[in-house]
Design a protein around this ligand. Structure first.
Ligand SMILES: Cc1ncc(COP(=O)(O)O)c(C=O)c1O
Length: 478
């Protein structure tokens, strides 16, 4: 052992040796904690620490009651870094978004187009029971308008969750919204005027692109690294060249690429934005769906009032149909309340009530723990199928959480055409262009593993691989 090296690092070295000597191959089970601890004469917690570390890097993953496995992602070629654009762009994506939205929401045998992780393991029985008991308890009260900024009991639960992460939050700084989408819309309206430039991730969740278009803003696309979130070097350059008002960014897990911004980069991001008076609007909807041991702390954790607005919801973890989200907006609450009142008055009281009970009972935490494991298993299955059935040159992201994987095909490939062909065969997917405010990512697609995994999913991925290969050979013909 090298001097200054911790014991767990020695364990990691041993595992690295096993991988390089192919004693351990992608997808195979690692030795149990007890066995490795005995073999290396270290304690079980030391091996556990090494496994957590490797899990955090996405190199291994755990399966409920089965132990740890070597990620298949070891062999993935990651998507390439795209270029920082010279200028911000006016956005004109609404008609494409509308078409794709209709396409992916129609019934299909394999729904790879919708990022709805809850379907992978929904907690419907528990939520239904809570709904019945809430209706009984609340009686006629439940039919009234709720408080404009949200149900106190739910806000208290949210505050407690932040407290457990180490973030002390005032109840008054929270406004309950209709999903994270409304929170993002209000946040953008709080800090921008039509015509302003907003820095966004590239690729970026298309709901944000649509909002930017609707609010008459301009988008500046900052490339996202498949591992660590926004390329901060690119953002720094963009901030010196343009008058950027706000930066919308997933500080935990990006949709569609699945990258996760490490804590030190989140701090650097904030510092960079604060120096230039740019407000960070952080989209944290996938924060609870991390595949690492700990949940990432929101950037709000490091901020002073007025620097960050955090947007989040229960859509990815409990029930998207409830349409309950929130914003944590120190310094902007008065403005946020005005927008909320003008937009929708208040959010569904019964749904807030049920969620408050769900969180208070501990059932939510039990559920997301299981959901995360299920999603991790599904991710491995999907990556395996993509590698098996898609052309060799395919590049795949290695999601650190959430429920989607980003697939990059040859530069001339048309993801839009594939979308139409696949839809015609009952397979939905999201074409890459949807995730750019301009015309990027034509050769990319996003696939969701947020669903119960059946044989039909493997069959459908095989078919997608065939379609891609066919399309590529059609295009290469003179
Ligand atoms: C990254 C991201 N942000 C925000 C939203 C909107 O969430 P909600 O359904 O809570 O409005 C979504 C939904 O797909 C999302 O993927």
């Amino acid at each position: 052992m090298q001097s200054g090296q911790f014991l767990y690092q020695r364990v990691i070295e041993v595992i690295n040796d096993m991988i390089s000597q192919q004693v351990l191959k992608p997808g195979e089970k690692l030795p149990s904690l007890r066995k490795l601890a005995m073999q290396l004469s270290v304690s079980i917690p030391t091996v556990k620490q090494a496994y957590y570390h490797l899990e955090g890097q996405g190199r291994i993953y755990s399966k409920e009651k089965s132990g740890y496995f070597l990620s298949d992602a070891e062999q993935n070629a990651l998507p390439r870094r795209c270029q920082l654009p010279i200028n911000p762009t006016e956005v004109n994506k609404q008609s494409l978004i509308e078409q794709v939205y209709e396409g992916i929401h129609a019934p299909h045998q394999a729904k790879f187009g919708i990022a709805n992780p809850v379907t992978a393991m929904s907690d419907e029985a528990v939520l239904a029971k809570l709904m019945r008991s809430t209706l009984k308890q609340a009686g006629e009260q439940i039919l009234q308008y709720g408080a404009m900024d949200g149900l106190m009991e739910l806000k208290q639960q949210i505050v407690q969750r932040y407290l457990r992460m180490g973030l002390s939050v005032s109840l008054d700084d929270i406004v309950i919204t209709n999903g994270a989408q409304e929170a993002l819309a209000i946040a953008l309206q709080c800090v921008t005027q039509p015509g302003d430039v907003v820095a966004i991730e590239s690729p970026c969740y298309f709901g944000i692109i649509e909002l930017i278009e609707n609010l008459g803003l301009r988008a500046l696309e900052i490339p996202v690294c498949p591992d660590d979130g926004l390329w901060l070097e690119d953002l720094a350059k963009a901030l010196t060249q343009h008058d950027v008002k706000a930066c919308v960014c997933s500080t935990s897990i990006n949709n569609p690429i699945g990258s996760a911004m490490p804590e030190n980069r989140r701090q650097s991001l904030l510092k960079m934005l604060v120096e230039r008076d740019v407000i960070l609007i952080e989209d944290d909807v996938n924060g609870d769906l991390h595949f690492t041991k700990h949940r990432a702390k929101p950037a709000q954790f490091h901020a002073k009032p007025g620097q960050v607005i955090t947007c989040d919801s229960f859509s990815k973890t409990a029930a998207p149909s409830y349409r309950i989200g929130w914003m944590l907006a120190p310094g902007y609450v008065q403005r946020a309340r005005r927008f909320k009142r003008a937009l929708s008055c208040s959010s569904s009281l019964i749904n807030q009530w049920v969620l408050a009970e769900y969180l208070a009972s501990g059932a939510y935490d039990r559920h997301i723990k299981k959901l995360r494991l299920r999603l991790q298993e599904n991710k491995q299955k999907m990556l395996c199928c993509i590698r098996r059935y898609f052309p060799e040159q395919t590049r795949i992201s290695d999601p650190r959480g959430g429920c989607v994987v980003w697939v990059e095909l040859e530069p001339q490939f048309d993801g839009g055409k594939l979308f139409n062909r696949a839809i015609a065969e009952g397979i939905s997917l999201a074409p890459g262009q949807l995730f750019s405010a301009s015309e990027r990512f034509q050769n990319c697609i996003r696939l969701s593993y947020g669903q119960p995994w059946h044989e039909i999913h493997e069959v459908s991925l095989k078919r997608l691989g065939e379609l891609i290969t066919m399309m590529m050979s059609d295009e290469s013909e003179p």
